[in-house]
Design a protein around this ligand. Structure first.
Ligand code: CAA
Length: 380
């Protein structure tokens, strides 16, 4: 067992830390306040190669893999969770599955555009009636010669407003059990019959984009299928195993930011004639936050490491997401408490961390869904 990072991984972490401090941190409050999509942050991320971690070098990416991506996402989310989810979805829910399940033609066409950030990706599984029960989706895709015709409305599409490429899951065979007859399609923005609908206003990660997607007689070539026809649910689930590591990294980054802000404030803020860091009531909170963060870090990095080795990681990814998202919410709650009244004001970043932390227990599988996945593995 070796807990040391490789030279490449250390370089990625340090570059991401510098990027987060110089580019993201100064803009994060405004991105949140104005619900402004973090375009500048994304451009700067693209220049640093942060959009191509999961794209092999032969297709224009760095191929540095999941552990490197995870290290970068932790740093990014310490500064700006809106940018964090945007990058996580592009890397792990779009580039990752295209590299893993795309045909040679699809990989050659799209990966060299996605890796350097010339194009942005989105992943579209959920619908109004199918969130946790993902296999219940109702969008259809009917075969018509060498095309499929997609009809339906998708929801909760992260990056929807700005993405150029969408991985859309639709039902191709209504006659079999729900999880069996689903197919994954790569759909380009601009395809006739494809429309991005309403943008959602959110409690947190307000700079990230969340939209509806409307498909009406939307014809896509059969060559745009990812994986095999009717076997898209496996692609969706396999992809989410990786995506959940990304959200766990996001949660960890938010938790770290909460601890950092709390330590700073506890040293500065004086009450009863001394810094509040002198009081046991505050120290215990900081100690609890720090130890939970360390435990979550080990789980998150282990899940990413397993994925890089091509080993099973469904259970580990769910455990990592469950624990890291709990940790983020515990740390956010305690960070506001350490700050007292100041923590309730928008003038201090912990107010934003508190709102941003909440989503990590919801998207890419709620806490309850992680427990379902974990319990199925335990009972196997
Ligand atoms: N990898 C590969 N295949 C998998 C898999 C995995 N991790 N998990 C399940 N499968 C396969 C199964 O083997 C099974 O195939 P066979 O029948 O051939 O064996 C098939 O998929 C069906 O599996 P289940 O019976 O487990 O399916 P289920 O209907 O019981 O659902 C679930 C399982 C875990 C509840 C799943 O529906 C789920 O994960 N729900 C949550 C959905 C979710 O996370 N949505 C997130 C949306 S994206 C998002 O949030 C992005 C964002 O905005 C940032």
């Amino acid at each position: 067992m070796d807990f040391h990072l490789t030279e490449d991984q250390r370089m990625v972490r340090d570059a991401a830390r510098e990027y987060a401090r110089e580019v993201l941190a100064p803009r994060a409050a405004a991105v949140d306040r104005d619900s402004a999509f973090p375009e500048e942050g994304l451009r700067a991320a693209a220049e640093r190669g942060f959009l191509g971690f999961l794209v092999p070098e032969e297709y224009g990416g760095s191929g540095l893999g999941n552990l490197a991506l995870t290290l970068a996402l932790i740093e990014v989310n310490r500064a700006c969770a809106s940018t964090g989810v945007t990058l996580s979805v592009h890397n792990s829910l779009v580039c990752g599955p295209i590299a893993a399940h795309g045909s040679e033609e699809v990989k050659r066409r799209w990966l060299p555009l996605l890796a350097p950030g010339k194009k942005l990706g989105a992943y579209s599984l959920s619908e109004a009636g199918s969130g946790s029960d993902a296999a219940a989706l109702r969008t259809t895709a009917a075969r018509d010669g060498d095309h499929f015709v997609l009809d339906g409305t998708k929801m909760w599409v992260t990056n929807g407003s700005h993405a150029d490429v969408f991985l859309v899951f639709a039902r191709t065979n209504p006659a079999v059990s729900p999880a069996k007859g689903i197919t994954c399609f790569l759909v380009e923005r601009g395809t006739p019959g494809f429309r991005v609908g309403k943008s959602e206003e959110k409690l947190g990660i307000r700079g990230s984009s969340t939209t509806e997607l409307i498909l009406e007689d939307c014809r896509v070539p059969a060559a745009s299928v990812l994986g095999k026809v009717d076997e898209g649910f496996r692609v969706a689930m396999h992809t989410l195993d990786g995506g959940r590591i990304g959200i766990a990294a996001q949660a960890l980054g938010i938790a770290e930011a909460c601890l950092e802000a709390s330590v700073k404030y506890a040293k500065e803020r004086r009450q009863f004639g001394r810094p509040i860091a002198d009081f046991e009531a505050i120290r215990w909170k900081l100690a609890e936050m720090a130890s939970r963060i360390e435990a979550a870090r080990l789980l998150v990095l282990r899940a990413a490491w397993l994925k890089d080795r091509g080993e099973p990681h469904t259970f580990e990814a769910s455990v990592a997401k469950l624990e890291a998202s709990r940790t983020a919410n515990l740390c956010a709650r305690e960070a506001v408490q350490v700050h007292g009244g100041a923590g309730y004001l928008v003038d201090f970043p912990v107010e934003r961390y508190f709102r941003d932390a909440r989503i990590t227990e919801i998207y890419e599988g709620t806490t309850e869904i992680q427990k379902l996945v974990i319990s199925r593995h335990v009972l196997r």
